[in-house]
Design a protein around this ligand. Structure first.
Ligand SMILES: [Zn+2]
Length: 388
């Protein structure tokens, strides 16, 4: 086995594909229009209710990927971050190259390097039609980018390699990436206000009315509302708070508690401010490491022991105000994190759906030269990786 490790990504130039070059290009051209395909996927997601369908590789190909993956892991260590490697399987030799990592500041994705390396290797030798190309990428190749997305590049390259060298390309990935990246903004505007309105209404008209009655809330389109509604009614929506609230985040939510002491004389204010900072810091212990429902997280904020910290020095009225303000800040934090979590869920479902729809769309045209799908790691396999 020959493992060629080359992590420097500097020399890759992005290759523009010639228009009308391959037959497959017209079949996937609709996917190059990101805005339109995002719309199409959202409609599909709403229609199905969730991402469905099996896009796993067939057993024989999956087995190959798992074997190569074990070799690469033995040699280079396990890696969770996005990376790619590839294999050219010849009759009597296996050429593995990678792992390669993206260099986002230079606009280079790991698949760009794979494509260039594969091309060089195929060009440099007497090829045989028995050869097979295997491309592994942790995240499925991207569907949106400022230049040609990797998914489209790879499908076109697979066709070109088939035409020129008669080799079949296999692409395996672990996570569905889809349209993620800087271009994806579909769910960005969904905040807790939307979620609350959607929860309390049964149809789009009522929702729009409810949203109009709130300040700063532009109603979502019908498909987005439906996607949120469906998520709210169907999925397990417990989420962890502890891992999602960073220290800086935490302080900014409770900053407004300091306004309570505005009326106090300067010297006292300073003492109270220090005490309050300490109390707020101590209250972080209320953040549960466990996944809980939204309502359960809200309840968690009711337990803040402010009284014992301040009791002798501040009036009862002020203590009550502190408790209320704390609970208000806590509620805002939980609502924001809940909306964050829901956006994450929607993004995940949406991109799973995008990758499934793309693969379903192309498979009838690309079957001869391309096999693409998700790699399912068995529990035993994962355990074996960890043990090594
Ligand atoms: Zn990419």
């Amino acid at each position: 086995m020959f493992v060629q490790s080359q992590n420097s990504a500097g020399q890759i130039s992005h290759q523009q594909l010639r228009p009308g070059h391959t037959a497959c290009q017209t079949d996937i051209s609709s996917w190059a229009d990101t805005q339109n395909s995002v719309k199409k996927v959202l409609e599909h997601l709403v229609y199905l209710g969730k991402a469905t369908g099996d896009i796993f590789l067939n057993d024989a190909v999956a087995k190959k990927f798992l074997e190569f993956h074990r070799d690469i892991t033995e040699e280079c260590g396990a890696e969770e971050k996005q990376h790619s490697w590839a294999v050219i399987e010849k009759e009597e030799e296996i050429v593995m190259y990678g792992p390669y990592y993206p260099n986002y500041s230079k606009g280079i994705h790991s698949e760009d390097i794979i494509i260039q390396q594969t091309e060089e290797l195929l060009e440099s030798e007497e090829f045989s039609q028995q050869w097979k190309v295997y491309v592994f990428t942790m995240n499925s190749p991207c569907l949106a980018r400022n230049t040609e997305p990797c998914m489209i590049n790879l499908v076109q390259k697979a066709h070109a390699w088939w035409t020129a060298y008669g080799v079949k390309t296999h692409i395996g990935f672990v996570r569905c990436w889809g349209f993620r990246g800087t271009k994806e903004t579909l769910f960005r505007d969904i905040d807790y206000g939307h979620v609350d309105c959607i929860n309390q209404t049964g149809n789009h008209g009522d929702y729009v009315e409810a949203a109009k009655n709130r300040t700063n809330l532009n109603p979502l389109c019908e498909n987005l509302r439906f996607a949120v509604k469906h998520l709210l009614t169907c999925a397990d929506l417990s989420f962890p708070l502890m891992t999602t609230v960073q220290e800086q985040d935490w302080n900014s939510y409770f900053k407004k508690m300091h306004s309570i002491f505005e009326c106090k004389p300067e010297g006292e204010k300073k003492v109270f401010a220090q005490k309050l900072d300490a109390a707020i810091e101590a209250a972080r212990a209320l953040l549960s490491a466990k996944s809980r429902s939204f309502d359960k997280h809200l309840e968690g904020g009711k337990a803040f022991p402010l009284h014992s910290t301040f009791a002798p020095q501040v009036s009862e009225a002020l203590q009550d105000e502190m408790t209320l303000t704390f609970q208000h800040c806590w509620r805002e934090m939980v609502q924001d994190k809940y909306a964050d979590f829901l956006r994450g869920k929607l993004t995940e479902q949406f991109n799973q759906c995008a990758v499934q729809l793309f693969i379903k769309d192309i498979v009838k045209f690309t079957d001869r030269y391309l096999h693409i799908g998700r790699i399912k790691f068995s529990k035993e396999h994962m355990a074996a990786f960890e043990a090594e």
